[in-house]
Design a protein around this ligand. Structure first.
Ligand code: F0G
Length: 445
């Protein structure tokens, strides 16, 4: 059986390398001529009337139409057109942009915000892209969708498949994702396979499965994922009253999210909705740093893959699929790459948590990276900076508990710097005295 999603009325799929227009995408979303990735293009969208478009998008926030209530579909003028009957939505998007005054002080800057994509229905940014790609799968009549994942894509895909009445197949690396994410895909009814390999190995297996079976691939090589994910950038601008930030800082794993946000800013600039671009920079963990190596060693010409290892399991990826798209975003916006140690990431996560926000380890690399950018002078004191927090604190409770108990990175050479940020739980006798004494100890240390 061969099914292909219909071409959406207002958009086409175009190869990012040779520019060929793809009428019928292959099951693994590769260009038939050169094998590179595809992107969604909107040939008929010309410039947009600035104020009326911005007002229309904002006004939809008070509408009762399910499409308007989605923080993705309310920007549908810049998305593939679909029959609303096929739209699978959990009212994703519309996530908060939080001021981060304490973290700003720690980093030594004046204007810091965090776009908390962990406040989505399945608690990660993946939902914004899943609503678009799962809807395209639904409109194509697919019964099965599938992904390889480090945990968040699978949680999101399983939920959207369930909402859309589709079955879902998840391939995850055995023992290498947080049980919190695993539990989500189980509860949402996915067929969940733990493969004895890493994320990159899961991708290789799935790539062949989708070519053999009528299963719609929902990994981020699916260009419709990026269309939904790009709406976070539009929301950020809306939330800043259309002031363009100087810097956006994004974690890098498979490198789709940074690519999607960059695409959004570039499209909005070409449509005349903004007149400048933020510098979009990408942070990776030192042990999972293929983009950092690629940029530093050959200026982004050829991917240098790695055997990835980091406690931030979400970004434990050695061969990112969307690396070329990400390199283009870095180059088009003047952003850069940075890597952070496990201890720097853990400390940054605790500092974000202490601000009452909370995120998962992979998201915290953004703040750790920002500190390095301030030290190097790339980010200036007066710059407006937005960190993208990609997943919720509760996505990886083990990491957080182990950190605060002192079990995580206990032997790390940088562990000393973590001690002040640790807040271990305190076991007491069940007496008033014991609790009062503890309070006093913290009041007058
Ligand atoms: N942050 C979190 C919390 C993630 O789950 C991911 C990716 C990233 C950052 C990196 O985003 O891949 O677009 O560069 N998680 C994928 C998954 C790979 O399967 O859940 P990216």
């Amino acid at each position: 059986m061969s099914l292909a999603p219909p071409r959406t009325a207002n958009s086409q799929l175009r190869c990012i390398n040779c520019g060929a227009i793809c009428e019928k995408p292959s099951a693994n979303f590769r260009c038939a001529s050169c094998g590179d990735l595809l992107e969604v293009a909107y040939p008929d969208v010309q410039s947009m009337a600035k104020e009326s478009t911005k007002a229309l998008w904002l006004s939809r926030r008070t509408s009762l139409n399910p499409l308007d209530q989605s923080g993705v579909w309310r920007f549908r003028e810049l998305l593939p057109a679909l029959d609303p009957a096929h739209v699978v939505t959990l009212r994703e998007g519309n996530t908060p942009l939080y001021a981060m005054p304490q973290c700003a002080r720690t980093a030594g800057i004046e204007n810091l915000f965090a776009k908390h994509q962990g406040m989505n229905p399945t608690a990660s940014f993946k939902d914004t892209g899943m609503t678009t790609a799962a809807s395209v799968a639904h409109s194509g009549g697919y019964r099965w969708v599938a992904c390889a994942s480090t945990g968040n894509t699978s949680a999101s895909m399983a939920a959207y498949a369930a909402r859309g009445g589709m079955r879902s197949l998840v391939l995850i690396p055995e023992g290498k994702i947080s049980w919190s994410k695993l539990s989500q895909s189980l509860d949402y009814g996915a067929i969940t396979c733990q493969l004895k390999t890493d994320f990159d190995g899961c991708v290789r297996v799935l790539d062949e499965v989708v070519q053999r079976m009528p299963v719609y691939l929902l990994n981020s090589v699916n260009p419709y994922r990026l269309e939904g994910q790009k709406t976070a950038a539009i929301e950020i601008l809306e939330q800043l009253n259309w002031q363009v930030p100087d810097h956006m800082i994004v974690p890098g794993g498979n490198l789709a999210n940074s690519s999607a946000l960059g695409k959004a800013f570039l499209e909005m600039k070409s449509l005349g909705l903004i007149s400048s671009l933020p510098k979009i920079s990408i942070i990776q963990a030192e042990g999972a740093n293929p983009l950092v190596l690629t940029m530093r060693e050959n200026g982004g010409r050829e991917l240098i893959g790695v055997q990835a290892e980091t406690l931030a399991t979400a970004i434990r990826i050695g061969h990112p699929a969307s690396w070329k798209k990400a390199v283009r975003v870095l180059q088009a916006t003047g952003g850069t790459v940075e890597q952070v140690s496990e201890a720097e990431m853990a400390l940054a996560k605790a500092e974000i948590g202490a601000e009452g926000i909370g995120c998962e380890p992979a998201s915290a690399v953004t703040f750790a990276g920002l500190k390095k950018f301030v030290t190097s002078g790339f980010v200036k004191k007066g710059d407006l900076v937005v960190l993208v927090l990609t997943g919720h604190l509760l996505k990886d409770p083990d990491f957080t508990l182990n950190f605060h108990r002192g079990d995580l990175l206990a032997d790390d050479k940088e562990a000393k710097m973590l001690a002040p940020a640790r807040r271990a739980p305190i076991v007491l006798d069940a007496t008033v005295d014991a609790v009062v004494k503890t309070l006093e100890k913290f009041e007058h240390p």
